[in-house]
Design a protein around this ligand. Structure first.
Ligand SMILES: C[S@@+](CC[C@H](N)C(=O)[O-])C[C@H]1O[C@@H](n2cnc3c(N)ncnc32)[C@H](O)[C@@H]1O
Length: 276
């Protein structure tokens, strides 16, 4: 890929998603663009850049961001967060529930990718409240910049390997097993799927389609693609969406050191907004 083309791709990706592609990502980007070249019938990356510069390019932009962003995720990723939920976060929120007058427990998966994160949290919360009554109605918002990945998330259908890694009792309680043409596939049961709303959202632009604050926000493994200034902007945007004393969980490899956020670190990659 020509240096000027890489520069153009970097700029357009940054402008539209804030994903900060480093100098070292040229090869990776080149490989990922192959798919878009084939889909658009362009013979070279330079031709593809030309397309992006035309009015028709606006439509292609979403597909470009889609192939550039990494959607890798899996069920019950970063076990420490699920332990923190059970040991600290849920007991604390349940204790404060009455006093704060919270009718529903609201959770946001801010870069949900194909849905494994939000469904894992929904399952973990269901298991927790089954074991620790009283029940507490829950509502999950899940957002991502990619509409393609959101369609997958909404369907909630996953191959057998993903489900086989979780305890058999959890898989049995929360997934339907496919048969016939669906053999080998597992679908999150409707009782869980129906508590989740998926919406397209660029975390750094515009307003999400909800206004009520959250007790818990998961924003994991997306900040690694942003520069420090963007990370700080994002953390403060998320903080504004938390109730006082609400929790923000970031990826374990995403340090908030050097970021001005005013949150309290309570466990690895687990932060709490100060009480009012
Ligand atoms: C690696 S996945 C993380 C999935 C999940 N949170 C986890 O930790 O397993 C990163 C996701 O961030 C999304 N993403 C990238 N830039 C974004 C932006 N500016 N706004 C919203 N989502 C974005 C990508 O589409 C991708 O699905």
């Amino acid at each position: 890929m020509l240096a000027k083309d890489y520069q153009f791709i970097r700029e357009i990706v940054y402008k539209n998603s804030r994903i900060n592609l480093g100098e070292d990502k040229q090869e990776l980007v080149s490989a990922r663009l192959g798919k878009r070249l084939r889909a658009t019938g362009k013979a070279s990356i330079s031709d593809y850049c030309e397309l992006l510069r035309t009015p028709a390019g606006a439509e292609e932009l979403g597909n470009l961001i889609d192939v550039i962003s990494t959607n890798h995720t899996y069920f019950f990723r970063e076990e420490g967060h699920f332990t923190a939920l059970k040991e600290i976060i849920l007991p604390d929120l349940a204790r404060r529930r009455q006093k704060e007058g919270w009718p529903t427990l609201r959770v946001w998966s801010a870069a949900s990718s194909s849905g494994e994160e939000v469904y894992s949290v929904a399952i973990a919360l269901d298991e927790y409240f089954n074991a620790h009554p009283p029940a507490w109605p829950r509502q999950f918002e899940a957002t991502d910049i990619s509409t393609r990945i959101l369609a997958k998330a909404k369907a909630g259908i996953y191959p057998a390997e993903t489900v086989s890694r979780m305890p058999a009792a959890t898989a049995k309680a929360y997934f339907q097993t496919g048969f016939g043409e669906q053999a080998g596939l597992h679908r999150v049961k409707a009782a869980i799927r129906d508590t989740v709303r998926f919406s397209q959202l660029n975390l750094l632009e515009g307003q999400p389609p909800f206004t009520e604050p959250f007790q818990i926000i998961f924003c994991r493994n997306v900040m690694i693609y942003f520069d420090r200034a963007t990370q700080e902007e994002l953390i403060n945007r998320l903080k504004a969406r938390l109730v006082p004393g609400g929790y923000l969980l970031v990826g374990h490899s995403e340090s908030l050191t050097g970021i001005n956020h005013g949150l309290k670190l309570i466990r690895a990659a687990t932060y709490q907004k100060p009480l009012a």
